[in-house]
Ligand binder design. Structure first.
Ligand SMILES: Cc1cc2nc3c(=O)[nH]c(=O)nc-3n(C[C@H](O)[C@H](O)[C@H](O)COP(=O)(O)OP(=O)(O)OC[C@H]3O[C@@H](n4cnc5c(N)ncnc54)[C@H](O)[C@@H]3O)c2cc1C
Length: 464
């Protein structure tokens, strides 16, 4: 359904042509949000030949579930998800609980649940939503190779294995091409800057234990049949784990110094990890954790090298905007990377639906349209930059706190964990801290975009 929110007598911006690079979480969310706003021409270009998501779990917090509900795709995703009622933060070596956070009232407090699920369910739910929208066309097996012009109308070259290269010109180009974004490099180089995603010195193992492998062990089954996210922490390392896929799978992911990563990098910074190296890294962790790690067959350990990027001076140039990991990659400790990417997409749709265009294309000079689009994209950046910087910084801060070694700082952290258990106060593991949850979950990015668009648009001057 089209929501004609364009300026009073102006031409409806939903006829603008929009290309999205990347059918990851952010690209899919953005395409669906645009179609729900009534945009009629949304073309998604994705390098992969299908939605090939690394098998792994994902936490979906209420701020994300709010958007998925509004995009009418949450029910399908919810069917395969598990609602989180507890967070248990434990000492990795002893398995003793440092703190416990009751999350059973999250749905009631924030109107939406906090859930765990399979990445494939989240991506699949978004994709199915997109497939119901005639406005959205997918071009799998198509890579953006260059942005040839950022304006007045963005022009870029895509390459397909089957049909070769071709140039495409659109009104708006959204780069949701992930942490290794080609568009970001080209945008920065246009501005005379060079910068690349940087390794954080940390890597993550990701493993998934099927229910039948855990069945013989009551302690493991208690974890699998719970509504709990459990984190085991130690010096410079941790594991976080939770049930997914209707409790048929226990999903575990870690973070540790990046020393065992295979020398050959895949395009996605993932590689097959060595099981014996993984067991070695966690050799001093508790027997329960080690028993679980030992269930993984050789060859099924996946390792990700974790990257971030220095804050960008801008996310927008001409008619091009960056979105998601392309402009604010994050460490995973706050479980908000995909949520932020999908929030970006939802905000971009709100903003583009309000681009004030002149009454008819004949009245509207190309300059008027290009300038209005650029100002609207700046509003998107303005609405998103502070929020995402705050969450990226908080994720990094939380990681440093979780990974403390022996000493005064760790003693103070553990005192805070103990105090939080007793009085429900702030928790050093920030994703589980009620004050941080309140800040993240109450942020209704779509409503804020709708309410503040006009004032921010009026302040923006075109940068072309
Ligand atoms: C260990 C770990 C755990 C995490 N846990 C959580 C969690 O619990 N909750 C959460 O919200 N987030 C989590 N995240 C973060 C989340 O996965 C990412 O932030 C999110 O996927 C970013 O989405 P995106 O769309 O920006 O990028 P991506 O999902 O990476 O998508 C980018 C897409 O662009 C495509 N692409 C790239 N280049 C091109 C090109 N040139 N042409 C065409 N297509 C291209 C890629 O193939 C890919 O499909 C976690 C991340 C890690 C590493």
């Amino acid at each position: 359904m089209a929501s004609n929110t364009a300026e009073s007598a102006g031409r409806d911006p939903t006829g603008l042509s929009i290309a999205i690079i990347g059918a990851g979480m952010g690209g899919l969310g953005c395409a669906l949000a645009l179609a729900k706003k009534g945009f009629t021409d949304v073309q998604v270009y994705e390098t992969a030949s299908n939605l090939g998501f690394v098998g792994a779990g994902i936490q979906m917090a209420p701020n994300l579930v709010r958007i998925l509900t509004r995009l009418d795709c949450w029910d399908a995703i919810a069917a395969d998800s598990t609602e989180v009622h507890d967070a248990s933060i434990r000492d990795g070596a002893s398995n003793s609980e440092l703190t416990h956070v009751d999350m059973s009232t999250i749905r009631q407090t924030y109107g939406y649940p906090h859930c765990t699920g399979h990445r494939a369910s989240l991506a699949g739910g978004l994709y199915q939503g997109c497939q119901k929208e005639p406005a959205i066309a997918f071009h799998f097996g198509h890579s953006l190779v260059s942005v040839d012009s950022f304006g007045p109308r963005p022009t870029f070259t895509v390459e397909s294995r089957d049909t070769g290269r071709r140039q495409v010109t659109v009104d708006v180009l959204v780069a949701a091409d992930g942490v290794k974004s080609v568009t970001r490099s080209q945008l920065l180089s246009q501005l005379g800057l060079t910068a690349a995603a940087e390794p954080t010195g940390q890597a993550a193992y990701r493993i998934m234990l099927p229910r039948d492998k855990m069945e013989a062990d009551p302690d493991m089954m208690a974890l699998l049949d719970s509504n709990q996210v459990t984190r085991w922490i130690g010096e410079r390392r941790h594991w976080i784990a939770y049930p997914i896929h209707g409790r048929q799978i226990y999903n575990m992911s870690s973070c540790q110094p990046d020393v065992n990563f295979a020398p050959t990098l895949s395009a996605t910074y993932t590689t097959k990890g060595s099981k014996s190296a993984m067991l070695g890294v966690y050799d001093d962790f508790c027997p329960l954790l080690k028993k679980m790690l030992d269930l993984v067959p050789d060859g099924e350990v996946c390792e990700w090298r974790l990257h971030v990027h220095k804050p960008l001076p801008t996310w927008v140039h001409g008619g091009v905007a960056l979105l998601g990991d392309a402009c604010h990659p994050t460490l995973p400790h706050l479980n908000q990377g995909a949520a932020m990417a999908i929030e970006d997409g939802a905000v971009l749709a709100e903003v583009l639906a309000r681009v004030p265009l002149a009454a008819s294309s004949s009245d509207s000079s190309p300059e008027q349209q290009v300038s209005a689009i650029n100002r609207a994209l700046q509003v998107y950046e303005e609405l998103r930059k502070e929020r995402t910087s705050t969450l990226v910084d908080l994720a990094a801060f939380s990681g440093r706190t979780l990974h403390l070694g022996e000493g005064k700082a760790k003693e103070e952290r553990d005192r805070q964990f103990a105090e939080a258990r007793n009085n429900g106060g702030t928790v050093p593991d920030k994703w589980a801290s009620p004050d941080v949850q309140k800040m993240i979950y109450t942020h209704d990015c779509m409503q804020i975009a709708a309410a503040s668009f006009q004032a921010l648009y009026d302040k923006a001057s075109p940068r072309l």
